[in-house]
Design a protein around this ligand. Sequence first.
Ligand code: PMP
Length: 359
Amino acid sequence: MSEIYNFSAGPAMLPKPVLRQMQEELLEYENAKASVMEISHRGVDFMALAQKAEQDLRDLMTIPSNYKVLFLQGGASAQFSMVPINLLRGKNTANYANTGHWSVKAIAEAQRYSKVNICTDSSANKFTDIEDFSNWQIDESAAYLHYTPNETIAGLEFDFIPEVDMPVVADMSSTILSREIDVSKFGVIYAGAQKNIGPAGLTIVIVREDLIGEVVPKQPILFDYTTQANNDSMYNTPSTFPWYAAGRVFEWLKEKGGIAEMAKINERKANKLYQAIDQSGFYSNPVNPKYRSWMNVPFILADNSLDKLFLEKSYNANLLALKGHKSVGGMRASIYNAMPESGVDTLIEFMADFEKQHG
Ligand code: PMP
């Protein structure tokens, strides 16, 4: 039987070697004599695991020492609230780039706390393009600028970091660890774990220390970065299993040569898939080639009455979860770090065969 490849956008895509390792050590974690799910998060074994996971992430992303790394719960959606709560710091406006579905969600939540200046808006082009940065309407008096470097649904990814005179906040849920970035350019980076980090249930927040400590009054204590930073992300019981799994993924990434190596593979995987789409005449992707995502590749078939057949046949060929998000229709191949290049090659072959038979 041919290998199974899961192109799912979530809630998790994990490297097979990591899944196997977790299976092997599920009943007894290292020397702990119990499952990692059962040991105390305040005991020596878990504390060592937590520290190593943080250090490995710091190494992988070259996170400067004046940044805190938090391992939280609540998903990226909780950060939609935590960002304004912590970053407004007495101001009453924030800049938000609207480049897709997840930007829209972040904006709606920020509007509960603050005025929002939409500094750029891709809704008119159905989130297939990003306006030239020189035309963005930045409110210079605002507390911060928020953007979504990779929009998971439309497959729209920035190839630049907005340069502004205020903290830049990035929802990196679906792009973190896929390519090298300069962390020092950001005030806050956050990411739900469930794409390139580990299973759902964990959210990574990387926050510059000087931005911590001045929250909108009367907010939940858990939503104050200070609470989390002062308690090593263990003010309450943390999400221990996803934290452990993330640590194993970080080790796997280091073994693979780190993010620079991963980025080369990711770029190659994405380029060959887009090339196959563009050269086909049967498949298409509407995103400006400059801003096509390395992680999420949506495409449509020339005849959408064939969608159902495409999904049935691809599933039978062990290529899973290719159905596109309902808002854009068609197909979407999520090709996160855990997707081997052979998975993309197999998908390209399948697509060519399908076109030959039905195109
Ligand atoms: N932002 C982006 C870019 C996402 O892709 C997602 C989830 N797919 C979210 C936010 C929401 O994340 P969560 O479900 O962890 O709240």
